[in-house]
Design a protein around this ligand. Structure first.
Ligand SMILES: Cc1cc2nc3c(=O)[nH]c(=O)nc-3n(C[C@H](O)[C@H](O)[C@H](O)COP(=O)(O)OP(=O)(O)OC[C@H]3O[C@@H](n4cnc5c(N)ncnc54)[C@H](O)[C@@H]3O)c2cc1C
Length: 389
């Protein structure tokens, strides 16, 4: 058994870092999260958590919260972007029966708050932006931008796609612009017609673009994610406020429902993200430091699996620490249990855009689509899947 006093530092308090922290607490440890931001915060957007991740969250004690607060879509529907014709329906009402867990749609801030409340704010060192890391065989030294230093026996790098830990210990290639751009907004449902709050995930498709909507917080808000293409990402920041007219230009002549969504976006609440990618890694452990979440496996959002995969990582990390005799063994079990699965999600998610946006939308009527169901992605339970020892 690993000594419960082992000093575990998690760098990054996003969904991945917090789930890892809670899973380690459940395994009997007292990890500390070092977070760069002065306060916790999430973008104003929705998030879908698929059954594979719901199972992970349930194993950490969140069943009641999710039952009370998550929206469960009955169906995911693909529509022709221009004509508005229904092309394909994926049944989601049977998730609980088939995968033993719900497909959840939430406000990101609600999910994050649920995790912070469980982990405990007092276990988080805010305003701690990591500047450098020295990861040795017997421990890790973290140096922060303000010059302060923390020593740990082991570090979990959950510092996101632009992870400086990944840069310094694993992969110095910078993130690459993928050619995909995401636009996000949350719209008060009262500004939209009744279809927007039906228990559906609605996806309109066309060449080089698609637009998704689903309700969150019951029927209070509607989450909109539009995905388009761009030759390059010229802006300095990787996300920025955007004008509605810029987004609307991509969807000219599209179906009435899409027009209704675009019209309803509040003027100053549209954000645009350049989506960047990094290559899959064959190794996530260096000395006493392991990668987790987007720091390990950033992926394009076409299958809604980035946070779900980070949740799976966190749950397996906790189980690895509970099962191992030494810290080194725990890190090995964690990485060996996760790399293949995460790399699959990463590569399939990255192909998702090509699948959704390159063919004639009518082809979806007759062609079997290689989506999450066909790939068997939901049929993974991080709480019970055998660990690789
Ligand atoms: C448009 C879009 C839609 C998406 N939709 C979904 C979805 O529906 N379902 C889904 O599962 N996934 C979705 N994702 C993916 C998901 O958002 C990410 O995969 C997930 O949030 C990654 O979590 P993380 O904790 O690994 O990283 P992050 O959320 O990036 O958190 C990293 C944390 O580390 C902190 N940090 C960074 N650098 C430092 C430093 N030097 N020192 C200290 N702290 C630092 C940051 O401040 C941040 O809090 C979507 C992504 C996009 C872009």
């Amino acid at each position: 058994m690993i000594d419960a006093n082992t000093k575990i530092a998690i760098v990054g308090g996003g969904i991945g870092g917090l789930v890892a922290g809670i899973a380690l607490q459940k395994a009997g440890f007292n990890p500390v999260i070092y977070e760069r931001a002065p306060e916790f915060g999430e973008v104003g957007a929705g998030i879908s958590i698929s059954p594979n991740a719901t199972l992970g969250l349930e194993s950490l004690g969140f069943t009641d919260y999710l039952n009370a607060n998550a929206n469960e879509p009955l169906e995911q529907r693909l529509y022709h972007g221009e004509t508005g014709e229904l092309l394909k329906t994926f049944d989601r009402r049977d998730c609980r029966e088939t995968y033993k867990a719900a497909y959840c749609q939430l406000h990101r801030a609600d999910l994050l708050n649920m995790l912070i409340d469980a982990f405990g704010r007092s276990n988080c060192a805010m305003n701690h932006a990591l500047a450098a890391i020295d990861s040795r065989a017997d421990g890790v030294t973290l140096t922060f931008e303000d010059g302060s230093i923390a020593e740990a026996d082991v570090v979990i790098a959950a510092d996101g796609l632009r992870s400086i830990i990944r840069d310094s210990l694993f992969d110095s290639d910078p993130p690459e612009f993928s050619g995909h751009v995401a636009w996000r907004a949350l719209v008060p449902a009262e500004k939209l017609g009744p279809k927007s709050v039906d228990r559906l995930n609605i996806n309109h498709l066309g060449t080089g673009r698609n637009i998704v909507s689903y309700p969150v917080r019951g029927s209070e808000l509607v989450n909109i994610v539009a995905l388009t293409k761009a030759e390059a990402w010229a802006e300095e920041s990787w996300n920025a406020k955007a004008e509605k007219s810029e987004l609307a230009a991509h969807y000219e002549g599209w179906a009435d429902y899409v027009m209704e969504l675009l019209e309803a976006i509040p003027g100053d609440e549209l954000y645009r993200w350049g989506l960047f990618i990094r290559k899959p890694l064959e190794n996530w452990v260096s000395g006493r430091t392991a990668l987790l979440g987007d720091a390990a496996h950033p992926m394009l959002p076409y299958m809604g699996q980035g946070a779900s995969c980070a949740i799976e990582d966190g749950v397996i990390l906790g189980r690895a620490f509970a099962a191992a005799k030494t810290v080194d063994e725990a890190l090995k079990i964690y990485a060996d249990s996760r790399i293949e699965r995460a790399s699959l999600l990463q590569s399939e998610s990255n192909l998702g855009g090509e699948r959704l946006q390159t063919i004639d939308p009518y082809a979806f009527r007759n062609t079997p689509i290689k989506n999450e169901d066909a790939l068997g992605i939901f049929a993974y339970d991080p709480a019970t899947v055998p660990l690789v020892k």
